[in-house]
Design a binder for this molecule. Structure first.
Ligand code: 6R9
Length: 649
């Protein structure tokens, strides 16, 4: 494989793209010098019920922080994704669905999706759901997940999607925080040939005494597997829909009315309910989807993300459907039953645009390119990457084996909090460098600051901040505005702090280096080290625990736990397995520690703060240059940990 470091825009792509480099430069300048004018114009892509007269009303002052966009306009997100396409695109396929078992296939037109959403929205109303209520969705990757989200949006309910891999405890804490009265789930999910007991997990979550708000559980029959049933609370999806009217006018929502909540991990405490509102989010999700993927009408677009993550919200549901796109949804995992599956899906459905994650690319890479021998791939035009830094080796493999060296790769950097893509190449405008997310999208003003918050100029490295607001930005932490201000705007005053570090090269390209806070990124999934630690210490035999990330070939980062057992407890292999299962049960499979090291003590400052930088280095086997340990209460702990690291497993 060549070690080319600059990949210029293919001429054919540049000639036909929505934006070429000259246009990018001009539009970007306009977007930051005249944001009001720029966004007023761009917001026309959305159908407003009452047009807005205000555009940007935002303040990053931590004493008086607010973010409002198009605030006096009204609209409905589901009408923008459905109704407005009916006249010209009613018979266009909105969703192509392929089951975990490829024998199962469905296509749903915009007209059909509209009808499904209207009926289900009426069913929600019949269950007493009102504008402003939080509805929790715990669904497998089936079209009904999108139907449920859009039905909430249609009646002004706020959806809170919980990833299907999360445990009953994780469901419970989200239901409690959102005070959800209604829950939507399925009997079971299917992933890689395995059944996921969704309804059973819901039953367990709702059996906790502190979960008191839920009155109704709507259950989609997916596998037909046996489930237990609570009369008066549980209802089948099909039954409530059969009783519902097909006509459901879309509720008129203020631009700043909440659209959804999505919980995400931070450095401290429980996951935060990230709140996104309607107007700015829709403008930003649809605009970025169109420009970043250079989406052209009629193209088939496949995003492999789960609906439980922000990528599934912005780039599987709201962005593409607002653009009238044909979206492929795959129920299972793209390397099951064999690594050839991904190529088969692309060829079978003539996918033009593929959006996936580095962890999957690395997993396919490890299996070998022979699995793509029979892959045609001629339909593919643009490929995206998201979720974590993509290492140049994986980038080149993606480019060569999946993209046959002619598809531009857009390495898109963004976060749950940002609502949409912020730093990314545009296919027709940006020459790419493997591993770099390149340049800011329109209206986005990134900067690098040192630890004191001084803005650094030129080619340099620092903490990645954003100097001003964009329409897709989160508005608050649900129920805790103080936490919003504290988490994002206090570290560096007057700026939004991303939690990421980055390098900027001599061409002004950004290279995200990863989190600089106590968040680890496992296969593109965010986890707070504190969450895993608190799960571990909740076990009777654990006295103390410290968790760090370490480099992992496939997952990007793996979870490394240092565990101090209670006095007199024997460190056995059985206990190690038990602790793994314990964390899995407390949070979900994605939080299962990869390696556990028994630790007789942890490196702490005299004030008791765990010094994680030592732990990160020992986990990564970087034991020759550990740095200054003089501030530790007991520096000898380090030597003991280095020696005992061989007991990791
Ligand atoms: C969309 C999403 C956000 C964190 C983010 C960063 C990492 C995402 C990336 C990337 C390097 C990229 N991240 N995309 N790092 N290059 N292209 O993933 O949201 O789950 O909230 O995670 O993921 O560290 O801060 P979320």
């Amino acid at each position: 494989m060549s070690m080319q470091s600059l990949y210029t825009v293919p001429a054919e792509i540049a000639a036909n793209a929505l934006v070429n480099n000259e246009q990018y430069q001009k539009m970007y300048q306009e977007s930051v010098s005249n944001p009001e004018g720029f966004w007023a114009e761009q917001a026309k892509r959305i159908d407003w019920i009452r047009p807005f007269t205000e555009v940007k009303d935002t303040s990053y002052n931590d004493q008086n922080l607010y973010i409002k966009w198009f605030a006096d306009g009204t609209l409905n997100a589901s009408a923008n994704c459905l109704d407005r396409h009916l006249a010209t695109k009613g018979d266009t396929v909105a969703i192509i669905w392929e089951g975990d078992d490829a024998a199962e296939q469905r296509t749903i037109t915009y007209r059909e999706l509209h009808a499904d959403v209207c009926r289900f929205a009426n069913a929600l109303k019949a269950q007493g759901v009102k504008k402003g209520d939080v509805v929790t969705i715990y669904m497998p990757m089936v079209p009904e997940a999108a139907v449920a989200m859009l039905a909430c949006a249609r009646i002004g309910a706020i959806h809170s999607v919980v990833f299907g891999g999360f445990s009953p405890d994780s469901i419970a804490s989200r239901v409690i925080d959102g005070k959800s009265k209604l829950l939507i789930t399925a009997d079971e999910g299917l992933r890689g040939g395995r059944k996921i007991p969704l309804k059973a997990n819901i039953d367990e979550a709702l059996s906790r005494p502190d979960v008191t708000t839920v009155e109704t559980v709507l259950v989609l029959k997916r596998t037909g597997g046996k489930v237990s049933w609570t009369e008066g609370r549980d209802l089948w999806w099909d039954d409530v829909v059969a009783a519902a009217d097909a006509n459901c006018p879309a509720e008129e929502m203020g631009a700043e009315d909440p659209l959804f909540l999505l919980y995400t991990s931070g450095s401290t405490g429980n996951p935060k309910g990230v709140l996104h509102t309607t107007g700015g989010y829709m403008v930003y999700a649809s605009m970025t989807h169109e420009y970043v993927f250079d989406y052209k009408p009629g193209e088939v677009y496949w995003c492999t993300a789960d609906v439980g993550w922000i990528t599934g919200h912005s780039y599987m549901v709201y962005g593409p459907l607002a653009n009238g796109a044909t979206v492929l949804i795959h129920e299972g995992i793209p390397n099951f039953p064999s690594p050839a599956r991904m190529g088969e899906i692309i060829d079978r459905h003539q996918v033009n645009i593929l959006y996936t994650a580095p962890t999957l690319i690395r997993a396919l890479m490890a299996e070998g390119k022979q699995h793509f021998d029979g892959f045609d791939g001629k339909s593919l035009r643009i490929m995206g990457s998201v979720g974590e830094p993509i290492n140049p080796e994986a980038w080149r493999w993606y480019h060569e084996v999946i993209g046959h060296e002619h598809c531009p790769i857009v390495d898109t950097w963004w976060q749950t909090e940002t609502g949409g893509i912020l730093i990314t190449p545009l296919p027709g405008a940006t020459d790419t460098k493997p591993g770099s997310a390149t340049r800011p999208f329109f209206g986005v003003q990134p900067a690098l600051v040192d630890n004191e918050g001084n803005i650094l100029e030129g080619a340099t490295e620092g903490n990645l901040v954003l100097l001003d607001s964009w329409p897709g930005q989160m508005r608050t932490v649900y129920g805790d505005h103080e936490r919003f201000v504290l988490t994002y705007f206090k570290t560096f005053r007057g700026m939004y702090f991303t939690g990421d570090g980055a390098r900027r090269d001599e061409d002004g390209y950004y290279w995200i280096t990863g989190r600089v806070d106590d968040v680890i990124n496992v296969s593109g999934h965010r986890l707070g080290t504190a969450e895993v630690e608190s799960a571990l210490v909740a076990h009777d035999l654990v006295a103390e625990a410290a968790v760090v990330g370490y480099p992992h070939d496939i997952k990007g980062q793996g979870i490394y736990a240092y565990v101090t057992l209670t006095k007199g407890t024997e460190p056995t292999e059985e206990l190690r397995q038990e602790l793994r299962q314990w964390v899995r049960k407390e949070i979900g499979a994605l939080a299962t520690p990869d390696l556990i090291q028994w630790a007789s003590g942890l490196p702490k400052t005299r004030s008791g703060k765990i010094m994680r930088r030592f732990l990160r280095k020992i986990a990564a086997n970087e034991i020759t240059n550990l740095g200054d340990s003089s501030t530790l209460a007991d520096p000898s702990v380090i030597d003991t940990l280095i020696e005992s690291r061989l007991n990791r497993a």
